[in-house]
Write a protein that binds this ligand. Structure first.
Ligand code: HMG
Ligand code: MG
Length: 309
C-alpha cells in the first residue's frame, strides 16, 4: 500500500467535540483545552462556531473564546497554527473576521433532510448562502473549507448515494471552497462505503485537499481512516477524547478520538507532528471538566499505564 508518510490532523474537539454538550462548558475550560492541544503540537484546529446561539447554545461564547485566543499568553502557542471556525452565513463570517479567524468552514450536507434539520434550508439554498461567505472570506485573505455531512448515511434518509457527495463537492469546488471534508456524521460507514464517498469527492478535488471526518458511533472510524489512507488521503479531522456529536444527528456519538488516530498513524510509521502524551494530557483535562472518562481506548490505556506504581 502506498500510504502517505505524513498526515495532517485537524483537531475539531473544541468545536465538534463540545457543541453537543448539554451543560455549558465555560470559556476558561474551552481555552484550557485548546492550550493543552497546542502544547501537544496541534497546528490546525476548529476553535468554535459562529452560528445561531438558539440553534447551538454551547457555541454562544464564540467571540469570547476567540478573544481569549487573541490574548498574550496564547501568542507563542499559536505560532504557526491555523484557527478555524464554522460560519454558515454572512453574519457568521463577519463575526469570524472581526474575531480574527484564519480559516472558515461552511458546512453542507449530502442529504436534503439533514440540511433542513441542521441549517434550516435545502442543499441548493445552502450553496447560495455559502457562495458569498466563501467569496468574502477569500477577499479578506481567509482560507476556506467545506464539510459534506451525511456523506455515507443520514439519520433521516438512511443510505446516501456517493453521487450526492459528488454533487455537493462539485458545487463547493465551483464556488471556490479550497478544501473539503467527507464527513460520516453519524458514524455508520464501513470501509468500502467510505471509499465510494471519498472517490465521489475526489472527482472534483485533488487528494491533497480532501479530508476524512469520521464519527465513531458504530466503532468503524479507525477502519474507515485506514480505508481513506489507502486511497492516499492524508488529512483527517478528529476530536480529542472522542468528544462530539451533532445536535441535529440524534444518537450520533463522538468523532474518532485524535489519540486513537495518532496511535494508529505513529504505529504505521506515519508522522503527524503531534505528541501522544500531550494529547492524553488534554483528553484527561477535558474528561475532568466534563466529569466522565475520555472516550478513547488509547487514552484509557495510557492513563492506566501512568497509574501503575
Ligand atoms: P435560521 O433560523 O433559518 O436563520 O437559522 P435566521 O436567519 O432566521 O436566524 C435565526 C436567528 O439566529 C436570528 O436571531 C438570527 O439573527 C440569528 P433572532 O432574530 O431570532 O434573534 N443568527 C445568527 N446568530 C449568530 N451567528 C450567526 C447567525 N445567523 C443567524 N451566524 C442558521 C439558520 C444557519 C443560522 C442556523 O440553522 C444555524 O446556526 N445552524 C447551525 C447548526 C450547527 O452549528 N450544527 C453543527 C455544526 S455542523 C456539524 O457538526 C457537522 C460537521 O462536524 C461535519 C459532520 O460531522 O458531518 C461539520
Ligand atoms: Mg462532525
Amino acid at each position: 500500500m502506498n500510504y502517505p508518510s505524513r498526515v495532517h490532523i485537524t483537531e475539531v474537539g473544541p468545536r465538534d467535540g463540545l457543541q453537543n454538550e448539554k451543560t455549558h462548558v465555560g470559556v476558561a475550560d474551552k481555552l484550557g483545552l485548546i492550550e493543552r492541544l497546542l502544547q501537544a503540537g496541534v497546528r490546525h484546529f476548529e476553535a468554535t462556531s459562529f452560528v445561531s446561539p438558539k440553534w447551538v447554545p454551547q457555541m454562544a461564547d464564540a467571540a469570547e473564546v476567540m478573544a481569549g485566543l487573541g490574548g498574550p499568553n496564547f501568542a507563542p502557542l499559536l505560532d504557526g497554527a491555523t484557527v478555524s471556525v464554522l460560519t454558515p452565513n454572512m453574519r457568521g463570517l463577519e463575526a469570524a473576521l472581526a474575531a480574527g479567524a484564519q480559516e472558515v468552514v461552511v458546512f453542507g450536507a449530502a442529504s436534503e433532510a439533514f440540511s433542513q434539520k441542521n441549517i434550516n434550508c435545502s442543499i441548493a439554498e445552502s450553496m447560495a448562502m455559502f457562495a458569498p461567505v466563501v467569496a468574502a472570506a477569500h477577499a479578506a485573505g481567509v482560507a476556506t473549507r467545506g464539510a459534506i455531512s451525511c456523506s455515507v448515511g443520514c439519520p433521516y434518509e438512511g443510505d446516501v448515494a456517493p453521487q450526492k457527495v459528488g454533487e455537493v463537492a462539485r458545487m463547493m469546488q465551483a464556488m471556490g471552497v479550497q478544501r473539503i471534508a467527507v464527513a460520516d456524521t453519524i458514524g455508520v460507514g464501513t470501509p468500502r462505503k467510505v471509499q465510494a464517498a471519498m472517490a465521489a469527492a475526489l472527482a472534483h478535488y485533488d487528494v491533497a485537499h480532501v479530508a476524512g471526518h469520521f464519527h465513531d458511533t458504530y466503532g468503524q472510524a479507525l477502519a474507515n481512516t485506514l480505508a481513506a489512507l489507502q486511497m492516499g488521503v492524508s488529512h483527517f479531522e478528529s476530536s480529542i477524547a472522542g468528544l462530539g456529536g451533532c445536535p441535529y444527528a440524534k444518537g450520533a456519538t463522538g468523532n474518532v478520538a485524535t489519540e486513537d488516530v495518532v496511535y494508529l498513524l505513529h504505529g504505521m510509521g506515519i508522522d503527524t507532528g503531534l505528541a501522544l502524551d500531550g494529547l492524553v494530557d488534554a483528553a484527561a483535562f477535558i474528561g475532568k471538566v466534563l466529569g466522565r472518562p475520555p472516550n478513547s481506548r488509547v487514552t484509557v490505556a495510557m492513563l492506566n499505564q501512568r497509574d501503575k506504581p
